[in-house]
Design a protein around this ligand. Sequence first.
Ligand SMILES: NC(=O)c1ccc[n+]([C@@H]2O[C@H](COP(=O)([O-])OP(=O)(O)OC[C@H]3O[C@@H](n4cnc5c(N)ncnc54)[C@H](OP(=O)(O)O)[C@@H]3O)[C@@H](O)[C@H]2O)c1
Length: 230
Amino acid sequence: MKTILITGCNRGIGFEFVRQFSLMDINIIATYRNKSSSEELLSLAEKSSNIALLELDVSSNQSIEEFVNSMSEKPIDIYINNAGMMGSGARTFGEVKGDRWLEVFNVNTVAPLLLTQKLFGNFLKGKDKKLVYVSSKVGSIGDNSGGGSYIYRSSKTALNQVVKSLSIDLKDQGFEVVAVHPGWVQTDMGGPNALIDVTTSVAGLINVITNLNGSDSGKFFNYDGQTIPW
Ligand SMILES: NC(=O)c1ccc[n+]([C@@H]2O[C@H](COP(=O)([O-])OP(=O)(O)OC[C@H]3O[C@@H](n4cnc5c(N)ncnc54)[C@H](OP(=O)(O)O)[C@@H]3O)[C@@H](O)[C@H]2O)c1
């Protein structure tokens, strides 16, 4: 059976990835930060034979080290870097605070590359060799007609650049590396007025991931399979 590793699984899109994959013939390693805010995930894992849970706070070097050590030699076929944050507080011109920006940058941009570097031995042992990074359309420079959102936008734009470089650097080892946009989704981050529900978003993303073929590396996909300009 294939093994898929997903980060940030206690709620929102990450939880829905786990729920939908748990119905398939696939092993899932799902990460969460706090037991106290992960009741639904803990209960789903108890009922499902194919979900293993591990703790991971991607903003903590110590947590990353402990997590990577606990992964030891496990092969990972598909990696979904989902954990991400919008950041609280001012995000408009004239009000942006450097410390808030760095906090978001650390989670959305730095951690995805550090985890990829540290888990690379696990990824090399996997067969599918698919690395998927949940980005956002607001990170697309070509699509930016609204301005603002300096912190979140720039963190996802930089993540996209990380994805592009990984797709080039890891090509010869057979990896497919893509960025995906889940749509504007009704989660804590997307809010109740978002355009689509989490079931639709994740079903679309799973379809995109399943259908990745050798020529898709280095692309940025919408949840419906359309490509998005960088
Ligand atoms: N919802 C949308 O409309 C939308 C649109 C475009 C892109 N996205 C992207 O989709 C991904 C998932 O978003 P979502 O809508 O599901 O957001 P969400 O409901 O706010 O969930 C975010 C997830 O990331 C985890 N996370 C945050 N900081 C973390 C850290 N330091 N270490 C480990 N986990 C951490 C959260 O865990 P805790 O509960 O412990 O905080 C939670 O599981 C994100 O990368 C987001 O940027 C979402």
